[in-house]
Design a protein around this ligand. Structure first.
Ligand SMILES: [Zn+2]
Length: 571
């Protein structure tokens, strides 16, 4: 019996698919149109509301603390176009009965049903290969290499802004470390922006209720790529809008000659629910497009409320994206508290700000992607990319963004060496340059290797921090996540086995994804990432060694799995 409970949004193609499978009677199937989450999210990672409701219902009906169930990412066979989650609980003659039976019986029938659904065919890996994955996973958890390398990259080398001496030092250092592992190292040229931060100060110099002669400091930081104010600064009245709608509703001429502040609030609740990326996406458009939108209306400078969840008056930097046909005006991010201050005061009457930003945009500099190949034993020409980006913003030391991604990728090669594993295909480590300032390194790689996309069997990038991974984002053919299921089972032991279909993964490998290369990224806990990302607080201490090692385990196991499977990943 398959039940479609009233009020649930059951998508027909999913429903029919399930109906066509040889499920035993008593299966309970429900689907909701929503994004995909890992089963490991249950309990410690908030779920999409619809799914959460389902779990609550299971719990209630089972009258058990933890009824057995599983969440499957869609993407199987006819589910190709169905953006749905499938929640499966196994029931017999009543939910409560079966759930309690299942809890008392370790050899629950659920696993066989779920396994059949999940596996859907024979595994691409032998038991010996699965065992190698388990060894890689366990070694990653114990081995301090990734942490030691990250400490050096952040504490000793420091911030790695594109074109800076530290970025060059990082290139040389990583190349030397990869050579020491016995990998074949190449430095591939990329011309990158060379922007240098200068003085960045601001004071409110007149406002309603001001004591005579007083001023108030405003905490801000120049946006990446910003042009400068005059050296002595500029003084202008502040106009505050919360969003595009408010901007467009202003009477003509309101912004002319003024400093425009976009006060879009970062959605902290959304981030706290585990959707940090979506919360960031909601605000980052103002950082990217706000300065040119303000310039088009005659503003003399644009400020944006920091795109992140930090309190403690921590401004977030990040690239701004000047439109080609509009004057470039100075642009900075103000700390959330200062955005609130300016909004409050501007609501009472005219507020004037004195703003000084003196960044410099120097000519493009020559830099490099660091490429290190761990040569394949059977198909050295076939490549599996494991990567992170080496450049960082300059306020902190780029530990979570993205020193961690680089060093967990280094660890994949290091562990292959330590364990003496030589997969069939080449595992290619890449430390990308200039992701933060326009992804010039990635563009240079595509220019050089774009025609070799067919030889790229898979690509992985870690660029969402270093918090606990719950699984793997998979971008590519619809059955990719299903094919990867045995790998997910190896990673289940560390709570990282969820396989999540995604439209894209890492920014630097997006060019490969577009060319049909199966692409992957660890799914990282994003609840706290945007509290530190692009701020002065992105430093080594923010990285939990255990979580870093879990990410290294995901990278090493996945890289090996892609490089040693009997057949390449489906594409
Ligand atoms: Zn990054």
């Amino acid at each position: 019996m398959i039940t479609s409970p009233k009020g649930w949004n059951v998508q027909c193609s999913v429903y029919q698919y399930i109906q066509s499978r040889p499920l035993p009677s008593g299966c309970f199937v429900a689907c909701t149109g929503t994004s995909v989450h890992s089963p490991n999210a249950v309990g410690n990672q908030p779920l999409d509301k619809a799914i959460h409701k389902l779990f609550l219902m299971f719990r209630r009906k089972c009258a058990q603390k933890s009824p057995k169930f599983s969440v499957l990412p869609s993407g199987m066979d006819s589910l190709r176009k169905c953006c749905a989650l499938i929640v499966i609980g196994v029931l017999a003659s009543g939910m409560g009965t079966r759930c309690s039976t299942a809890q008392n019986a370790p050899a629950s029938p659920q696993s066989t049903i779920l396994d059949r659904l999940l596996a859907g065919g024979k595994s691409a890996w032998t038991p010996e290969q699965i065992e190698a994955m388990e060894r890689l996973r366990d070694a990653a958890l114990k081995n301090p290499y990734a942490l030691d390398e990250l400490r050096h990259l952040t504490d000793n080398i420091g911030p790695r802004l594109s074109g800076s001496p530290q970025a060059q030092q990082a290139v040389d250092y990583i190349a030397q470390e990869m050579r020491a592992l016995g990998a074949e190292v190449t430095l591939e040229k990329a011309m990158v922006p060379h922007w240098v931060r200068g003085v960045e100060t601001a004071e409110v110099v007149s406002w309603p209720g001001q004591a005579p002669g007083a001023s108030q400091k405003v905490v801000l930081t120049a946006l990446g790529g910003s042009v400068a104010t005059p050296a002595e600064g500029l003084t202008a009245e502040v106009v505050v809008v919360d969003d595009w709608q408010q901007l467009h509703a202003l009477p003509a001429g309101t912004v002319k000659g003024k400093i425009l502040l976009f006060n879009h609030k970062f959605d902290k609740e959304l981030a706290a629910e585990g959707h940090g990326g979506e919360a960031y996406g909601g605000g980052v458009v103002y950082r990217g497009e706000g300065p040119s939108a303000g310039a088009a209306l005659g503003a003399v400078a644009v400020l944006v409320r920091s795109v992140g969840g930090a309190d403690y008056r921590l401004p977030h930097t990040g690239l701004t994206d000047y439109a080609p046909d509009v004057a470039k005006i100075p642009a900075a991010a103000v700390a959330a508290e200062d955005a609130d201050l300016l909004k409050d005061l501007a609501g009472q009457g005219p507020v004037t700000l004195h703003l000084t930003l003196t960044p410099q945009t120097l000519p493009y500099a020559q830099s490099y992607n660091v490429i290190a190949d761990w040569k394949g034993s059977e198909h050295p020409e076939q490549l599996v990319v494991v990567s992170g980006h080496l450049d960082s913003w300059d306020l902190g030391t780029g530990a979570i963004d993205d020193g961690a991604g680089v060093t967990v990728s280094m660890q994949a090669i290091h562990l292959l060496k330590v364990l003496g594993i030589h997969p069939r295909r080449t595992v290619r480590f890449i430390a990308w340059m200039s992701e933060e300032e326009g992804s010039e390194g990635a563009a240079a790689y595509i220019a050089e290797h774009g025609t070799e996309a067919a030889n790229h069997i898979g690509a992985i990038e870690s660029d969402l921090g270093a918090d606990h991974p719950t699984g793997i984002y998979c971008a590519g053919r619809h059955d990719l996540s299903q094919w990867l299921r045995p790998v997910g089972q190896v990673l289940d032991a560390i709570g990282a086995g969820g396989l999540v279909d995604a439209g894209g993964t890492g920014e630097d490998i997006s060019g490969l994804t577009e060319k049909g290369v199966p692409s992957f990224a660890p799914v990282q806990d994003s609840r706290f990432y945007f509290n530190y990302h692009h701020t002065a607080a992105d430093t080594f201490d923010k990285v939990d060694p255990r979580h870093l090692n879990e990410n290294a385990a995901v990278m090493a196991v996945l890289a090996y799995a892609l490089a040693d499977s009997a057949e390449p990943a489906p594409r």
